[in-house]
Design a protein around this ligand. Structure first.
Ligand code: SAM
Length: 265
C-alpha cells in the first residue's frame, strides 16, 4: 500500500497520483487554460493538476469521490477559487456547469472507470469545447485507432463525437503509486457532425456498433444478423464477409440510418 503526502492511495478509486513536475507542466501547457474559461477537473486527488491550473485561471470546478481528498482540498483552496463537487463523476451532470459558456474538461482519470466515464461524457459533447485526459496508453491507442487497426466500439462511438489526438506517452514512474502500464494524454475536441454524417437515431447507431463488435473475429453478416445481415450490407456496398474493425465511422452511420429509415416507413 502506498502512502503519499500522508494519504493512503485507494486502488478502488484508481488512485495513481502524478508526481513528475515535467509531465504536470506538459499537461497544463496542452490544456492552455485562459483566465475566464469554465474548467472542470475530474478526480483532482492531491491537487497535482489543480494547483497549477489555478495559477492560470480564476476559478475551477472539480469532481472528486474520495471524502478524505475532498477534505484536504477544502482546507487547501478557498471556495471562491475552487468549487468542489463531491460525488461520482459517472453520475455527475456536467451540463449544469455550462451556464457561463462551454466547458474545458481535464483529468488524470481513474483507469478502472475510464470507458463508462468516456461514454457518460459523450452525452455532454454539445456543451464542451475541449477535453484533455490521461488514460492508459492502450486505451488511448484504441480510441484513436483508424479502421483496419485496433479500432473497436470505443473508437467508433468516440470518433463519431470527437476529433482525437494522442499528445504524448507518460511512463509509470511519473506516478505514485506507479501503475503497471504506460499512460498517455489524449486531446478530444467535439466535432461538428455534418448533415449527411449524422446518425438519425443515436440509440440505434449505438446498438448496431455494439453488435458489430460483440464478437470481433466474426464476419458482419453474422454479428449484424438481427439487423438484416447480408442483405443490409450488400445494399450498402459493404462485403458481408467484412469484419467490424475494417469499417469507417461513416459506414456505421450509413447502415444505422438505412435501418432507421426502414423503421419509420
Ligand atoms: N488528479 C490527481 C493526480 O493527477 O495526481 C489524481 C488522479 S487519480 C488517477 C484519479 C482521481 O479520481 C483520484 O483522486 C480518485 O479519488 C478520483 N476518482 C476515482 N473515481 C472517481 C469517480 N467515480 N468520480 C470522481 N472522482 C473519482
Amino acid at each position: 500500500m502506498s502512502q503519499i503526502q500522508g494519504h493512503q492511495a485507494r486502488k478502488r478509486f484508481g488512485q495513481n497520483f502524478l508526481v513528475s513536475p515535467g509531465i504536470i507542466r506538459k499537461i497544463i501547457d496542452a490544456v492552455a487554460p485562459r483566465a475566464a474559461d469554465t474548467v472542470v477537473e475530474i478526480g483532482p486527488g492531491l491537487g497535482a493538476l489543480t494547483a497549477p491550473l489555478l495559477e492560470r485561471i480564476d476559478h475551477l470546478h472539480v469532481v472528486e469521490i474520495d471524502r478524505d481528498l475532498i477534505e484536504r482540498l477544502r482546507q487547501r483552496f478557498p471556495p471562491e477559487r475552487l468549487t468542489i463537487h463531491a460525488g461520482d463523476a459517472l453520475e455527475f451532470d456536467f451540463g449544469a456547469l455550462a451556464t457561463a459558456g462551454p466547458l474545458k474538461i481535464v483529468g488524470n482519470l481513474p483507469y478502472n472507470i475510464s470507458s463508462p466515464l468516456l461514454f457518460h461524457l459523450a452525452e455532454y459533447a454539445d456543451v464542451v469545447i475541449e477535453m484533455h485526459f490521461m488514460l492508459q496508453k492502450e486505451v488511448v491507442d484504441r480510441m484513436v485507432a483508424a479502421p483496419g487497426g485496433d479500432s473497436g466500439r470505443l473508437s467508433v462511438m468516440l470518433q463519431y463525437r470527437y476529433s482525437m489526438e494522442r499528445l504524448f506517452v507518460v511512463p509509470p514512474g511519473s506516478f505514485n503509486p506507479a501503475p503497471k502500464v504506460d499512460s498517455a494524454v489524449v486531446r478530444m475536441i467535439p466535432r461538428k457532425v455534418g448533415a449527411g454524417e449524422t446518425a438519425t437515431d443515436l440509440a440505434l447507431f449505438a446498438r448496431l456498433v455494439q453488435a458489430a463488435f460483440s464478437q470481433r473475429r466474426k464476419m458482419l453478416r453474422n454479428t449484424l444478423k438481427e439487423f438484416g445481415g447480408e442483405s443490409l450490407l450488400e445494399a450498402q456496398g459493404i462485403a458481408p464477409t467484412a469484419r467490424a474493425e475494417t469499417l469507417a465511422v461513416g459506414d456505421f452511420v450509413r447502415l444505422a440510418n438505412v435501418l432507421a429509415a426502414q423503421q419509420t416507413k
